[in-house]
Write a protein that binds this ligand. Structure first.
Ligand code: H79
Length: 451
């Protein structure tokens, strides 16, 4: 439905009024006596750091550790598929002699990924770097090499930003109150204050010794709450002012914390208000599993498109093998994604989601005067029916080939392309409009497929 200029300005006025009222309510709230949680509020990130992270759009997640020797899931298989005593001794045999940080980072770069985040410590407590506060780490393996150092150096060399995943829960450490399987047992002598000291020492090692980190990606805080976590977050931010910290640093108790949200194994909904990043596995398991079911190229690329179209980042996970290699078929799949990104990456990097919201039809992104449409489903008459666009179209080009025609009225917008010119993964249209495309109010696209 097209809105008249008057209607639009009324709408804008009411939006502005709503913001003023919200601000007024907020200021009265904060004028009252601050409670404990308000005193320990989240330290805001530098908007420039957030923007730089959003611009990258596509990163590599790596889940790795001695557990790869079993082929079962990291953390979760402890006390389940693998008895605790056996799981905790795996590190004595962990010797990934084929590990080559340059190759991993090159695999990420060739996929078009711009950052890399690795599990420095998962729920199983094993540390992938030689930590000063435990021997349950890479230093205790026959391999001994500091995997994190080699990776952070390789990232620097190849222009990839480096980040650290750190699980807040630790089912191995006796001081942490919960244990395996799955955090469902209680430890006999828990000491959360002692565990906090351990966690603080470790996170400090990470931010001090591995260069400028793009993110500290916390996971599963469980019992670790704001009374501990708020201080920890502030210290990290003080040590590295540009570091981003996700929304799992401590248990929230209704508070909205974190620099960005982290939908897991699903694509986040359209959201321009709050930064977000979907984390998803290339196969089914986070850690390596032999013959795990791998996503098709179409699934991989459409996931990336839908994520960018919703205004989010994609952190795409691989689980390297116990010998230190990433499976060849996964390397190839990632390379295929990179080939696609080399052609259509302009529509992903540095873009924002919208203005047409993602749906069965596909997704859109925008940058300056350009809207990128990634069309995955056409109407039976070879066209795509969209709501009216409030800016004038100057030019339309199909980046995947074929002649596209458009019809823009004040009621709707219709693109048509011959069926033979459609792309199987997504037909990519580049649309030039007469102004800033991001300023266009996001619109829902009605499903006209008749399916
Ligand atoms: O590190 C990965 C997961 O292990 C971790 N977050 C990502 C990044 C995570 N920990 N807890 N959860 C996610 C939420 C619980 C997920 C579960 Fe399951 C689903 C637990 C049981 C079913 C995942 C799938 C673990 C076992 C099967």
């Amino acid at each position: 439905m097209i809105k008249s200029r008057e209607e639009r300005s009324m709408y804008m006025l009411s939006r502005i009024a709503a913001v003023i009222i919200t601000a007024a309510i907020a200021s009265t709230l904060y004028a009252s006596e601050p409670n404990k949680e308000q005193q320990t509020s989240w330290p805001e990130p530098d908007p420039k750091a957030v923007k730089a992270w959003q611009d990258m759009r596509f990163g590599m997640f790596i889940h790795w550790g001695p557990v790869s020797l079993t082929g079962h899931e990291i953390g979760w298989s402890r006390g389940k598929e693998t008895p605790v005593e056996k799981y905790d001794m795996l590190y004595k045999e962990f010797n990934p002699v084929k590990f080559n940080a340059d190759e991993w980072v090159k695999t990420a770069a060739d996929a078009g990924m711009k950052y890399l985040v690795i599990t420095t410590k998962h729920h199983d407590g094993f540390c992938l770097w030689p930590s000063e506060v435990t021997d349950y780490d890479i230093g205790g393996t026959p391999f001994k090499r500091d995997v994190l150092k080699e990776l952070s150096d390789a990232c620097k060399k190849h222009g990839i930003r480096f980040g650290t995943y750190y699980s807040v829960c630790d089912w191995h450490n006796p001081a942490y109150p919960l244990g395996s399987p799955g955090g469902n047992t209680k430890k006999p002598n828990p000491d959360l204050a002692a565990y906090d000291k351990y966690l603080r020492a470790q996170t400090t090692e990470l931010v001090k010794n591995y260069g400028t980190l793009v993110t500290m990606w916390f996971d599963v805080p469980q019992v670790y709450d704001v009374t501990y976590g708020a201080d920890m977050v502030k210290e990290l931010r003080a040590l590295q002012p540009d570091i981003l910290i996700n929304n799992r640093a401590y248990a929230k108790r209704g508070l909205s914390v974190g620099d960005y949200d982290t939908p897991e194994q699903k694509i986040g909904g359209f959201n321009r208000e709050r930064p977000w990043e979907t984390c998803m596995t290339i196969c089914r398991q986070w850690a390596w599993k032999p013959n795990d079911e791998m996503k098709s190229l179409k699934q991989c690329i459409q996931t990336l498109i839908y994520t960018a179209g919703g205004d989010g980042n994609l952190l795409f996970n691989v689980g390297p093998m116990p010998d230190g290699l990433i499976e060849q078929r996964q390397v190839e799949r990632l390379k295929e994604m990179g080939n696609w990104m080399a052609k259509y990456g302009d529509g992903i990097y540095g873009t924002r989601g919208g203005p047409f919201k993602p749906g069965k039809w596909g997704a859109s992104t925008c940058k300056n005067n350009t809207i990128y449409m990634f069309v995955m489903e056409w109407s039976p008459d070879n066209s795509l029916h969209l709501p009216a666009l409030e800016k004038q179209i100057k030019q339309v080009k199909s980046l995947t080939g074929g002649d596209v025609t458009f019809n823009q009225t004040d009621k709707n917008l219709i693109f048509t392309i011959p069926a033979t010119s459609r792309d199987e993964i997504a037909t990519v249209l580049e649309i030039t409009v007469d102004g800033n495309a991001f300023a266009i109010t996001p619109m829902n696209v009605e499903d006209k497929s008749g399916k």
